[in-house]
Design a protein around this ligand. Structure first.
Ligand SMILES: Cc1cc2nc3c(=O)[nH]c(=O)nc-3n(C[C@H](O)[C@H](O)[C@H](O)COP(=O)(O)OP(=O)(O)OC[C@H]3O[C@@H](n4cnc5c(N)ncnc54)[C@H](O)[C@@H]3O)c2cc1C
Length: 767
């Protein structure tokens, strides 16, 4: 009897193992049914969504989704570096341009760049940074492009937007990748030399975030054109708005849906989104009015056209690219979004760090530099820590583009998180500057940047949408090692092949999930005893690699559970998706920060910045896990199990301590190598009339004067010094409490401090 039972059990196990291991059996007894279920839970994916999902490449985020990031691989990615030619451009024309810019004059008096600045930008090839040398451009790296935009943005948002747009998602980028040889040969040299001013028009009144639904259309037809009859082309009707450089553009890149009701192209009626380049002097193109985006003086406006005939050759890439517009845009977005907004955001944060540190030291209240108060320290620390992490992410992402990647998910991460952190940094800087930041005028170096913050938040994928839909929504499908394979298999027209491919992906997926179940628990309990870090890591950074590995495994587990239990409805559960997106984003930002520290040669002096930014991000990651688990709609037993998986020993990450905040605030309250490294790459004028130069001078002088001022305060307390106001210094010299040179320094400080703390004033009628 016992033997029969044993035999029965053995046979049962053998059958189960055979079903799992033999593909033919597994396919027909398991995968076939799972595929049916899968098709039911799979959210419907429209063609535009599909093209957006397919856009770009998967890079480091693939490792973060794996639950087992290979840190050695991260450190082996080459350090992004500028060539001598790129450095010379930054030190030459970019510095020169910055020196020419006066943001108050631009935004308040002219509401435009002055004509000589426009000419300088065109003559010096600022519109051709990404255009290869063979077409007359500079062929710069993404890193150089980022550095140029960052430096200009620290001086003038208007000029930065003007330079960045032609180098970003505009006609040049599209032509480079998709243009016909004829189009490239004609337009690229003209764009590089500034003979053409480009813009790109996708957004309209009815299609903002949902840009795939643009109502603008073209109808394929034959018409007379340029003296020739019967030319094949299309009549295009559109209404666009918010188009940067639109009012001054000579070349309009236009997105519209092309229809061919008479089958002149021999195919379908609805051909899909198509992109064309239209000279703005084409009869019927209405252009020239402008919007006024939050006091920014960059050119931005609406444009429209009705039944404007354009020949087939004006389609970017010619007739063979008809209907491919959405894919072309999404691919360009994956690269462009990785560079421009991260650069402007980091430029703004560096400006906030440099000026707030200096102002915090120069501005004295309650007989103390305001930066020494704990409350202000907290804001200073946030600015410094955020700036460090932002710069790390900016550089690593530009480096990925230079490696040939078009990292679409990462581009969404840096777009969202760097614009948000920039908003935080500028808000903190405004608080620290008090009324000095609020009163507008030529000496206010912060206010315009503050006003412009919502522009970065809104463009290239508005932030709420990017956080709640794109980062995890696209990441889970693209970055996950098996999900896209499963989706593709489920959509295969050949059902037999589809089942084989699905079965293959499913087998990998199940093994992957099981591994993450035990890994997340094991790492949660004893991760610090396992070697989850690169050999070269400093002892200070090892715990971070270990924590990130643990969080990566827990994230991979939650991703699978969320997709399995919520299926298609996860798309609508935007707040859950947002929290998973936050986790993925923090893992990326921390990776970039560790990579930066290694690339910089592990400078020990920067460690406080690294500690602050990573501890803050790990704490935020823990919060995102916690909120996800608290709001997960599954059965309570699943919730209890998941919480145990993710936090087996409880929530152990804490935000950066007050002591650490104090240390990093001090790093930007005085000149030094750390402050220089943190704010490297922004424009710091030296001309004595420049408010920023005056601030720098006052900072150095304030530090030299502090011990002297302390002596005066002590002497006053002890009753030695009795004079008030201006007489105090003279009395201190007479009593030999300070030297004559020290008295001169104190007098100088008075002047410098007053120059810094004063704000502009105007006549009552602003004449
Ligand atoms: C200064 C400026 C310059 C611009 N330059 C250009 C340009 O050169 N070319 C061009 O084509 N366009 C340009 N744009 C347009 C820009 O890309 C759009 O403004 C952007 O896509 C958002 O569209 P919207 O403003 O209509 O906002 P809406 O789409 O109306 O969105 C409103 C809010 O709803 C949120 N939202 C929408 N859908 C969802 C969702 N499913 N889930 C969660 N939240 C959602 C958004 O995040 C946003 O917060 C520019 C805009 C500005 C302001």
């Amino acid at each position: 009897m016992f033997l029969s039972l044993l035999l029965f059990l053995f046979t049962l196990i053998a059958i189960l193992v055979a079903i799992l291991v033999v593909p033919f059996l597994r396919r027909h007894l398991i995968s076939r049914f799972v595929l049916k279920f899968y098709n039911k839970i799979l959210p419907p994916i429209s063609q535009t969504e599909r093209e957006a999902l397919d856009a770009g490449t998967v890079w480091w985020e693939g490792e973060l989704f794996s639950g087992k990031p290979d840190w050695d691989k991260l450190l082996v990615y080459p350090k992004p570096e500028l060539t001598p030619e790129e450095k010379a451009f930054l030190e030459g024309p970019v510095e020169e341009l910055c020196a020419m810019l006066n943001e108050w004059q631009i935004t308040h008096e002219l509401q435009d760049l002055p004509p000589h600045v426009w000419q300088f930008i065109k003559d010096n090839g600022f519109f051709g940074l990404i255009i290869p040398k063979s077409y007359g451009g500079y062929g710069f790296s993404a890193l150089a492009h980022s550095e140029v935009v960052m430096k200009i943005s620290s001086r003038s948002g208007t000029a930065a937007v003007t330079v960045m747009v032609p180098n970003s998602l505009g006609p040049a980028e599209l032509l480079l990748h998709y243009g016909t040889e004829e189009q490239k040969n004609y337009y690229l040299p003209r764009l590089a030399k500034g003979i053409e001013v480009p813009c790109f028009a996708l957004t309209g009144p009815d299609a903002g975030s949902d840009a795939g639904s643009i109502p603008d259309f073209g109808i394929v037809c034959r018409s007379e054109y340029n003296g020739q009859s019967d030319v094949l082309g299309m009549k295009v009707t559109w209404e666009k708005r918010y188009i940067t450089l639109g009012p001054v553009a000579t070349l309009l890149g236009l997105a519209f849906r092309l229809r061919d009701p008479d089958h002149l192209l021999g195919g379908e009626v609805d051909l899909g989104i198509t992109l064309a380049l239209i000279p703005t002097n084409t009869p019927g193109v209405n252009i020239g009015r402008r919007h006024f985006p939050l006091n920014g003086a960059f050119q931005n406006g609406p444009n429209s056209g009705k039944d404007v005939f354009i020949p087939m050759e004006w389609i970017i890439g010619g007739q063979e690219r008809v209907g491919q517009g959405w894919r072309m845009l999404m691919n360009s977005l994956a690269a462009g979004r990785s560079i421009s907004l991260p650069a402007t955001s980091t430029g703004a944060a560096k400006l906030a760090a440099r000026t707030s540190g200096a102002y915090g030291r120069v501005r004295v209240q309650f007989k103390t530099p305001v930066g020494f108060f704990e409350g202000v320290e907290e804001a200073l620390a946030r600015i410094a820590g955020n700036t460090y992490m932002m710069d790390a992410a900016r550089i690593m992402t530009a480096g990925a583009v230079d490696l040939g990647e078009k990292p679409s998910v990462i581009s969404a991460i840096v777009k969202y998180h760097l614009t948000e952190r920039s908003r935080q940094a500028i808000n903190d800087a405004m608080d620290i500057h008090g009324g000095k930041g609020i009163c507008m005028g030529p000496s206010n170096y912060l206010a315009r940047t503050y006003q412009q913050i919502p522009v970065g938040i809104t463009v290239e994928g508005a932030n709420i949408l990017t956080r709640t839909m794109i980062i995890f929504g696209q990441g889970a499908i693209r970055g996950h090692p098996y999900v896209l394979q499963e989706i593709n298999a489920a959509h295969l027209a050949d059902k037999k092949k589809g089942l084989i491919a699905f079965d293959h992906a499913l087998a990998g997926h199940v093994t992957f999930s099981i591994r993450n179940v035990y890994r997340s628990l094991l790492l949660g309990i004893g991760g610090k005893y396992l070697k989850n870090h690169p050999d070269s890591a400093l002892a200070d950074t090892i715990p971070y690699y270990q924590q990130l590995t643990r969080f990566s495994a827990a994230f991979a587990l939650l991703t699978d559970i969320a997709m399995l239990t919520l299926g298609g409805s996860l798309k609508r559960k935007e707040r859950l998706s947002a929290r998973l997106g936050d986790i993925l984003s923090m893992l990326y930002l921390c990776s970039a920060t560790l990579k930066k520290f290694e690339n910089d040669g592990q400078p020990v002096a920067d460690l406080p910045l690294l500690h602050w930014s990573i501890q803050d991000a790990l704490y935020r990651t823990q919060q995102a896990f916690d909120e996800f688990l608290s709001n997960f709609p599954g059965h309570f037993l699943i919730r209890i199990w998941l919480r145990w998986q993710v936090f087996p020993l409880g929530k152990r990450c804490s935000p950066p301590s007050d002591e650490l905040s104090h240390r990093i605030a001090r790093l930007i309250l005085e000149p030094g190598e750390v402050r220089e490294r943190l704010t490297a790459g922004i424009y710091v004028p030296t001309d004595d009339n420049e408010p920023l130069a005056q601030l720098e001078q006052a900072l150095s002088c304030a530090i030299n004067c502090e011990p002297i001022e302390a002596r005066l305060r002590a002497a006053t307390k002890e009753g030695q010094l009795t004079a008030k106001g201006d007489g105090k210094i003279a009395q201190a010299v007479a009593l030999n409490l300070i030297s004559a040179e020290e008295a001169v320094l104190l007098d100088k400080m008075k002047i410098l401090r007053r120059r810094v703390i004063m704000v502009d004033d105007f006549t009552p009628s602003f004449d």
